[in-house]
Design a protein around this ligand. Structure first.
Ligand SMILES: Cc1cc2nc3c(=O)[nH]c(=O)nc-3n(C[C@H](O)[C@H](O)[C@H](O)COP(=O)(O)O)c2cc1C
Length: 302
């Protein structure tokens, strides 16, 4: 099966994208992962100043998925430019940077600083608390649009807006992000969740509420992709949430994504990409599909 896919201005050699925060800085993952099987890999989100992240515990496996409350720990853009960026050209996979911030201006400054650093695109991580009111940017269409517009003005690279499935109306946020200049959308980030340990009576995460990821969120992410696709038939989409097999990738392609990101699956199997791509080829042979692009949006109603 020909796996080439077009994502707006980008052409990817396979539809598989390594999701931000689940492959370290990407550089360290190169030694243990199977990056040659991916169309792109997304670096961990970076802010202007270093963020220390939350204290442990920050990862809590529960219900077949995983809760995380990392707090977007990162070294800040200056250290990132020194330690991560110079090693990107040797990785053999196009790397997208991921920007985060507590204000619109911070997002824009980080995106501008990242732009000359060898990344192929800039992903905007909107699942971050806004300094103004503490709410996630991604929950509100107008503030999401403001951030995307500022990043759009700060870089000439393709810009992707990563949305949140926690938004009450994700299609509305999607529309605002596209109107503000996003070249593609990533649908979506983690789902809010929590766990309590009945033995200790303590929460699974020090931050109590965190992001839930892995197989149990796949139906939620797929619902979000279908909603965004229905509202915006032309927008390039990266589906993301709970993917661990080639047939999961097929589901997201059928729902209308041009590419599909894999995250939590990397924790159990860093070489998941190799297995998923082999799976995809098997699916292609079984169903007589010569090009992955034929699958995009090809779901059939009852
Ligand atoms: C430990 C961990 C760290 C993450 N860090 C980031 C991050 O820095 N930036 C971001 O945009 N998404 C981050 N994510 C979200 C993932 O990129 C992905 O959107 C989400 O986990 C859903 O996909 P999955 O079910 O395949 O993991 C993180 C997820 C996990 C589990």
């Amino acid at each position: 099966m020909d796996l080439t896919t077009r994502l707006g201005p980008l052409t990817l050699r396979t539809p598989l994208v390594a999701a931000s925060g689940t492959v370290g800085s990407v550089v360290d993952f190169a030694a243990v992962g199977a990056l040659e099987h991916y169309g792109a890999a997304v670096a961990k989100s970076v802010s202007e100043e270093p963020w220390p992240g939350r204290p442990p515990p920050r990862l809590y496996p529960v219900g077949g998925g995983m809760l995380n409350g990392i707090g977007i720990q990162n070294p800040g853009i200056a250290a990132w430019l020194k330690t991560v960026a110079p090693r990107l050209p040797g990785l053999g996979v196009p790397v997208w940077g991921s920007v985060v911030g507590h204000t619109t201006a911070e997002f824009a400054r980080v995106a501008a600083a990242m732009s000359g650093a060898g990344v192929a695109a800039v992903e905007v991580n909107l699942s971050c608390p806004n300094l103004d009111d503490g709410a996630l940017f991604a929950l509100d269409a107008a503030v999401s649009a403001e951030v995307v517009a500022a990043v759009r003005a700060a870089t000439s690279l393709p810009v992707g807006a990563k949305l949140s499935p926690n938004a009450p109306d994700i299609a509305r946020v999607a529309g605002a992000a596209v109107a503000a200049g996003a070249d593609f959308l990533v649908v979506a980030n983690t789902v809010w969740g929590a766990a309590l340990d009945p033995e200790t009576r303590r929460p699974g995460l020090s931050g109590v509420i965190g992001g839930y990821s892995g197989p149990p969120i796949k139906p939620i992410a797929l619902r979000a992709v279908l909603e965004v696709r229905r509202a915006l038939p032309e927008v390039p989409l990266v589906g993301c949430g709970g993917v661990r097999s080639g047939t999961d990738v097929v589901e997201f392609l059928l729902a209308g994504s041009q590419a599909v990101a894999v995250g939590t699956a990397h924790f159990a199997d860093p070489r998941a990409g190799k297995r998923i791509i082999a799976d995809l080829h098997r699916y292609g042979r079984r169903h007589g599909v010569a090009r992955a692009a034929e699958l995009i949006g090809a779901w059939q109603p009852w």
